[in-house]
Design a protein around this ligand. Structure first.
Ligand SMILES: Cc1ncc(COP(=O)(O)O)c(C=O)c1O
Length: 398
């Protein structure tokens, strides 16, 4: 008999794990499924990335181990992009590290700073890699609920002082998944100030910084003076360039912090595939021209989906960023019941808020992964589910 670790047992079920199975069953039964589950846009990756990758595959040098150093050209392109986008210089060799997707770096980070029993501050609802990485490293996650009354912000001033004293790491993600909330400069300043006061590493997850609407511009945490002392910022090519499956991202910060994560990663991986780094460099060098069509299409989708959902009877705000709609449900309709009914009765995949942790209850998430027409069709289907779903006591059985 193999006995599994306590750590493994503490991991809750991953929110997206069951959906592919349910979806395949419905598709096999002939159902026209609209999948708004995972944040995986249907757009193709950029042609420059595909051709750089194809070329690299023909050169055996790119088939070798990349190690943590990886491809200097990727580090340089990433550093140039940060400089163009935000105006800060990070040395490509000592202040930047390629990642096998930002999820990989975010989930490995706790191993660099946490001793068993230390606290990590984890937003809920939130990207599950923060919780998973914390639990696997033996940390005690302190759950910071993101609620509408807090503008979905992780407010460190509301965390009890003894917890702040034990905290080693906080995950902060704006534009946010799943709530699509954004953070103000004042919020970022007070968060950096508290991290500095308590010596907490601030992992700023900026995976959605390029997907912004209505003229909104997403800031970098390094716009706050003094942030370099305590922050690392994580970027991803997944959403900006529609390259989710390629697994490429990077992190920037001061050399000691980058060095600590590099050391952890040296023992668990050998860096992103060099051909993917070559393709990533090609995409980053043309980011401005490549991201704009993806961003503009998502803005159209947002507008279509918001209008459709409002027509279907839902109340929701039109988000300024990210690729999600976070839609409120009435208190007597649990989100898991709603999402299951939407899938089984209408073939529409949405994620229940409760899949992101108990504080996500009262909402469901739509990812803007398909075109406007399909999103409008999904809104009509969801409206039907909303009207037909059982309420109150009955609603507790999913
Ligand atoms: C908030 C957030 N951070 C990070 C990631 C991971 O992106 P990557 O594909 O770079 O691992 C995601 C993916 O959905 C995300 O939503």
């Amino acid at each position: 008999m193999i006995e599994f670790s306590q750590r493994l047992k503490t991991l809750p079920g991953y929110p997206l794990a069951e959906i592919p199975v349910l979806k395949r069953r419905l598709v096999e039964a002939g159902v026209d499924v609209i999948d708004l589950g995972a944040g995986d846009n249907d757009a193709a990756p950029p042609a420059v990335a595909v051709s750089a990758m194809t070329k690299a595959l023909g050169d055996s040098a790119y088939s070798k181990y990349g190690f943590q150093q990886g491809l200097p050209a990727f580090r340089q392109a990433a550093s140039r992009w940060v400089e163009r986008r935000f105006g800060f210089h990070f040395d490509p060799v000592s202040e930047l590290l390629p990642l096998i997707g930002s999820k990989e770096g975010l989930s490995h980070l706790p191993f660099a700073v946490v001793n068993p029993g230390d606290v990590t501050i984890v937003p809920e609802p939130g990207y599950q890699a923060y919780l998973g990485g914390s639990l696997l490293a033996g940390a005690e996650p302190y759950i910071a609920p993101l609620r509408p009354e807090n503008d979905f912000l992780v407010e460190l001033s509301q965390v009890p002082e003894p917890v702040l004293r034990r905290a080693k790491l906080v995950f902060v993600n704006y534009p946010n998944n799943p709530t699509a909330a954004v953070a103000t400069a004042e919020y970022m300043q007070r968060t950096v100030a508290l991290c500095r006061r308590y010596g907490i590493l601030l992992a700023y997850d900026n995976a959605y910084c390029d997907l912004t609407y209505d003229g909104y511009r997403a800031p970098s945490i390094f716009e706050v003076p003094g942030a370099r002392e305590v922050a690392l910022e994580f970027f991803s090519l997944s959403k900006s360039f529609s390259m989710t499956g390629w697994r490429i991202g990077f992190v920037v910060g001061r050399p000691e912090l980058i060095g600590a994560l590099t050391r952890v990663k040296s023992y668990v991986d050998t860096g992103p595939f060099l051909a993917v780094q070559k393709a990533g460099a090609a995409a980053l060098d043309r980011a401005e021209e490549l991201v704009e069509p993806i961003r503009a299409e998502l803005e159209r989708r947002r507008d279509g989906a918001v209008a459709g959902l409002r027509q279907a009877g839902f109340t929701l705000e039109s988000p300024k960023a990210a690729m999600y709609l976070w839609v409120a449900l009435p208190a007597d309709l649990p989100s898991a019941v709603f999402a299951r009914r939407a899938l089984e009765d209408t073939g529409t995949v949405v994620l229940p808020g409760s899949a992101f942790g108990p504080s996500g209850e009262g909402f469901f998430r739509i990812a803007l992964t398909v075109g406007v027409e399909r999103l409008r069709e999904a809104a009509v289907r969801l409206g039907r589910t909303f009207e037909a779903a059982p309420r109150g006591a009955l609603a507790t059985t999913a």
